[in-house]
Write a protein that binds this ligand. Structure first.
Ligand code: DWN
Length: 399
């Protein structure tokens, strides 16, 4: 089901030390029916590379187990739409053709097509490629690598792409050298490659340990990216910070022989083993705080549910060992998740109607990355005295 690592994915060093361990955990997006057994537990242990500062999981789960039928659908939330507007505008100057790696249901391809790109998607989830095809996009149903890059080229009739976008997919990739071989095959000298990843510095500052799960095999620093690129024919062109998904980096990469000048990168970063140790202490305390808070509220006779069956929700519920006794259900707008349970628990996932009918006293917001939007949308819940428990940074009670 998984393979174990002894070498750093970025610099190949073996100087890896364990810094954060959540033990055996279920796969965060493996949503089973209520009657089904949960299968597929794997270790969730983060190793820190003392040489280049990359953090990575000790194991990589087989991609087909994680992605061949994927229940996470790119959000159509207002927050995400604003982000897509901004990101597509950033890429617009490239013109011509674009490949999106990890194109999910094709929502971002719609944006790219609207601004004039000829688009091709690539995604390992057959169910999501079907949705993208129904939207009118060509989508290669594969994990992107040097082999499947040929299929992407075929999809564009042999024409190399002018731009490549990979949103929240690079840190899901095990073999980065092979990924770059694939990029080399589908790009030309002036292709702009845009890689968006969660930023480990933000994750550590905001105690977002719930972003650590098997799909995220690496926790990337700019330094590690630089070291990695030194082993490829590419270089860092520009790095921009974004607030999406709890804090991300938008990394722009170009071929070493591109005529475009390199931009200076003014993001200061200092990720150390000591910081990881502090993160470990603080996150363990945070888990205990939420556990205690929920238990105390239950004792007081309050009803509590979850809001947003995100992958982060799976990590929280398993870390806190929540069952249906604590969280009556988790509400989620995704049809693929409703009627199933939060992986590793017996907590059912229900639609928004059930949430508004139940009128719980508290809801733990597991989709905290859409906090403003959810607070605005749920004005009725809040107006009726409902409160959100928002576990980002500290644990906040809002309402
Ligand atoms: O890298 C990954 C990122 C980008 O997305 C993947 N490994 C999986 C996924 O992570 P996630 O599941 O934590 O993503 P989200 O976007 O935070 O998930 C939010 C969930 O909340 C979705 O299932 C949709 C749901 N939701 C809802 O029920 N009501 C969201 C909003 C905004 C809402 O109003």
């Amino acid at each position: 089901m998984y393979k174990t690592h002894t070498h750093c994915r970025a610099c190949d060093s073996t100087d890896l030390i364990p810094v954060f361990d959540l033990g055996l955990q279920p796969l965060a997006n493996s949503f089973k029916l209520i009657s089904e057994e949960q299968d597929g537990y794997a270790p969730l242990l983060v190793l820190f590379c003392q040489k280049c500062t990359l953090a990575q999981l000790s194991v990589t789960v087989r991609p087909d187990l994680l992605y061949s039928y994927y229940r996470y659908v790119t959000s159509t939330s207002q927050t995400m739409r604003q982000h897509f507007d901004w990101l597509s505008a950033l890429l617009q100057s490239e013109k011509g053709s674009i490949l999106e790696i990890g194109s999910n249901d094709g929502l971002f391809l719609d944006y790219l097509k609207d601004i004039g790109f000829r688009v091709v998607g690539c995604d390992p989830a057959a169910n999501l490629c079907n949705i993208a095809s129904k939207r009118g996009h060509i989508c290669v149903p594969a994990v992107f690598n040097s082999q499947s890059s040929m299929k992407c080229l075929e999809a564009s009739h042999g024409e190399r792409f002018d731009a490549i976008a990979a949103r929240h997919v690079f840190c899901h990739v095990d073999d980065w050298m092979d990924f770059f071989r694939g990029l080399g095959a589908v790009s030309h000298r002036e292709t702009l490659i845009c890689i968006e990843v969660p930023y480990v510095a933000d994750m550590m500052d905001r105690l977002e340990f719930d972003s650590i799960y098997h799909e995220h095999t690496s926790y990337l620093t700019i330094n590690a990216m630089r070291v990695l690129l030194n082993r490829t024919p590419f270089h860092l062109h520009r790095v921009i910070r974004s607030d999406i998904h709890g804090g991300s980096l938008v990394i722009l990469i170009r071929h070493n022989d591109s005529i475009h000048p390199r931009c200076s990168i003014d993001i200061k970063e200092n990720i150390t083993r000591q910081q990881w140790e502090l993160f470990d202490d603080q996150c363990r305390a945070k888990i205990q705080r939420l556990r205690r808070m929920v238990h105390d509220l239950i004792v007081e006779g309050k009803t509590i549910t979850g809001y947003g069956a995100s992958a982060k929700c799976t990590v929280w519920c398993n870390a806190c060992k929540f069952t249906q006794k604590e969280l009556k259900f988790v509400t989620d707008t995704t049809g693929y998740k409703q009627g199933r349970k939060v992986p590793g628990t017996d907590i059912p996932i229900v639609d928004e109607i059930e949430f508004s009918e139940e009128r719980p006293d508290f809801a733990v917001m597991f989709a905290w990355n859409y906090q403003q939007e959810i607070m605005a949308k749920e004005s009725k819940f809040l107006g009726n005295g409902g409160k959100f428990i928002v576990p980002i940074g500290e644990i906040w009670v809002k309402g």
